[in-house]
Design a binder for this molecule. Sequence first.
Ligand SMILES: Cc1cc2nc3c(=O)[nH]c(=O)nc-3n(C[C@H](O)[C@H](O)[C@H](O)COP(=O)(O)O)c2cc1C
Length: 361
Amino acid sequence: MLSRRTLITSGVSVAALASVGYALWPRLDGYEEEMLRQRALLTENPPLLEFVRLATLAASGHNTQPWKFKVDAGRVGILPDMTRRTEVVDPDDHHLYVSLGCAAENLIIAAKAQGRSVEMGIDSGQETRIEMALSPGVPGDAELYTAIPLRQSTRSLYDGMPVSAEEIAILQAAARQEGVSVLIFTERADLDAVADFVIAGNSMQMDDPAFVAELRDWLRFTPRQAIETGDGLFSASSGNPVVPAWIAEPLFGQIFRKDSENAKYRAQIQSSSGVAVFVGDKADPEHWIKVGRSFQRFALQATALGIRNAHINQPIEVPDIRPEFAGWLGMPERRPDLVVRFGRAPALPMSPRRPVSEVVL
Ligand SMILES: Cc1cc2nc3c(=O)[nH]c(=O)nc-3n(C[C@H](O)[C@H](O)[C@H](O)COP(=O)(O)O)c2cc1C
């Protein structure tokens, strides 16, 4: 039997250990508040920089936010930030320009909802950039605008229930963009075939040390790391547990394994209601921007309908797999641009953004 003294001692040590553990274990305290602050909707008659803030809530590959904004008397330029390239997964800057298109679409939707009319052009000079002119107009539809702060990439299991044909038609209408085709698959056999392509691509990526090292550079293990950098892939936003960096970092290689990642992708795809594939008419930065605009509208419309989405881009990222995937789509001469699963699920914690001051020239 334990003496009273032993009990007190062990009680003290358990309490002490618990408090040390509590102090070292990262918590989400304050993280959600910071996300809400970053994602506030606009107040009346906002300055142009506020439209830029909403533009930065758009999706971007690895959450690199590879954009710079030039704001000047009713004009906004969106330029690529080449210091934020991901040269292994995206050697030709495809994802980078798709991300610029996503940001442009958010900006256009926010500006129109606030009663601005927007003219957008693409300047395909030495470095492709987006130019916008904003002028007074009539307030546009607010449905996609109010979805901007709520949209997220939800990398979790979905509920497996079908999305109705009517909702799919609404998603297709939202994603409509000249120069871009959106193919939607909901048959189980097609989803299984997509899963096979994802797993083949994922296996090749995970066997490539350069791919893993680049991805590792953009991972953020704790809420503090995520808020301090304001970018990258925060564990909780990817549906992973939040553990202290001093545990997660050395264990990364053991936790992040090909077999378990492949099994996770298959289960996630099987739990999804469908898969959308975005295909541009041409493979150039101008069309990649269009694909980004189409995807962003798709994702915002999905959000407005309570439908989540997550990218599963391995089939279009791995050059050895892409042509076979294009053939499976029945478009062997095209370069498919994005693969996205969709369905219903609870939200995950939002991913962070950098302050506007860091992205404005
Ligand atoms: C061009 C592009 C490619 C992406 N590829 C992937 C991907 O392969 N896997 C993934 O999980 N997320 C992918 N994403 C989603 C981003 O990681 C996500 O947008 C970013 O982390 C910001 O998070 P949020 O979408 O929740 O705001 C991609 C996004 C874009 C725009």
